[in-house]
Design a protein around this ligand. Structure first.
Ligand SMILES: *[C@@H]1O[C@H](CO)[C@@H](O)[C@H](O)[C@H]1NC(C)=O
Length: 365
């Protein structure tokens, strides 16, 4: 009798632990899904509904918008795509200054669509700490964290607790990235970055970074091997500060951010990649910008970020790094060198520039 009881207890415990393992596996499966940036700076792009159809065909797990467009959010309600929306830089100061404005933003852009549309992240502003020239830029910088706090309060008021709040920053926030252990933020943004880290840490959110090994390699193609930038191997690098060995440039850059955060005590803050990618075409002088490199880079990133168990980085092995590829389309209205208009996974007519499997299944070894 007592034996049977113990056995039953054991079974219950086994079932319960299996259940928790299952939950863990599911949440992991969810978070390793690859996202795609849905930039729309083109005058020749397919309709919103066609675009969403394409995202599903490509097996994207998440989509990131640069705004909170109503039509797109409405159409996304018919999908299982996890959605990241953005507060534009111009909206930040208004939201920071008034809970009412924040509540209205959340009502209009989130409550109108949630939960049918699986909005999971609100990113406040885009690369806000990279713009420091005008008074308005500096005002937006100062208003960034207060606006994030307001949006959080608005969400709390309406009882939503499964939407993360973050802000994507660019690598130019870094004073030093090499060796990775020397990673340091620029002194002029420390006043903003520390409260930001505090907010992210306190809300269990992510530090979103736009990270492009392509640009680092293109600046220094003689010193950095192309294979290393493409996650194809190449010479390994050992950081003398930590003894950690690196096999690719992306890990090096990610860990430089990790070490910069750790210098302020925030070594548990999770990193997410809000943008990464490789241009598939460019000016004659932009040698690395070609279709083959773009395909290799994106496939390798997808393979790395969908690996189970997660790969992480040398400084943080095993962690999940949610990743959004830039970008869905070639965008012909982007300014700058020719490569800027060729980051797309798809041509403007919706045909693939090269084959990628965003589910990562094709790259399992
Ligand atoms: C980050 O958050 C954790 C958990 O809430 C807390 O224990 C820790 O002190 C925080 N870190 C910093 C540097 O504030």
């Amino acid at each position: 009798m007592s034996f049977a009881l113990t056995d039953m207890k054991k079974n219950t415990i086994t079932i319960m632990s299996l259940f928790f393992l299952y939950l863990l596996a599911c949440s992991r499966a969810l978070s390793t899904k690859i996202g795609v940036n849905f930039g729309r700076l083109g005058n020749n792009l397919p309709s919103a509904s066609k675009s969403i159809e394409l995202l599903q065909t490509m097996k994207a797990g998440r989509v990131k918008l640069y705004d909170a467009d109503h039509e797109i959010l409405r159409l996304l309600s018919a999908t299982k795509l996890e959605v990241t929306i953005m507060v534009t830089n111009e909206e930040i100061t208004g939201i920071a200054g008034s809970q009412d404005i924040s509540d209205r933003w959340v009502y209009e852009h989130i409550l109108n669509h949630y939960p049918d549309t699986m909005i999971r992240t609100v990113l406040v502003g885009n690369e806000v700490l990279s713009y420091t020239t005008t008074d308005q830029d500096r005002q937006i910088m100062q208003d960034l964290v207060p606006a994030m706090v307001r949006i959080r309060a608005s969400l709390k008021t309406v009882g939503i607790n499964n939407i993360k709040i973050g802000t994507p920053l660019a690598m130019d926030i870094m004073e030093s990235t090499f060796p990775p252990s020397s990673g340091r933020f620029k002194p002029e943004i420390v006043d903003e970055i520390v409260p930001l880290l505090d907010f992210i840490n306190g809300t269990n959110s992510f530090f979103f970074i736009d990270i492009y090994p392509y640009f680092s390699w293109a600046e220094d193609p003689l010193c950095i091997s192309l294979d290393y930038a493409l996650l194809e191997g190449g010479p390994m690098y050992t950081d003398p500060g930590t003894g950690l060995t690196y096999t690719n440039l992306l890990d090096q850059m990610l860990d430089s951010v990790f070490f910069a955060m750790a210098k302020y005590g925030y070594s548990d803050v999770m990193i997410a990649i809000a943008e990464t990618g490789w241009p598939h075409d460019g000016d004659l002088t932009q040698h690395g910008a070609n279709r083959e490199n773009a395909a290799v880079y994106n496939r390798n990133v997808i393979r790395k970020m969908t690996a189970v168990p997660p790969k992480g980085t040398p400084a943080r092995p095993g962690v999940i790094i949610p990743t959004y590829i830039f970008s869905l389309y070639d965008e012909n209205e982007k300014l700058g060198p020719e490569s800027e208009r060729h980051w797309g996974l798809l041509n403007p007519d919706g045909s693939p520039v090269y084959k990628v499997d965003l589910s990562g299944k094709a790259y399992k070894t």
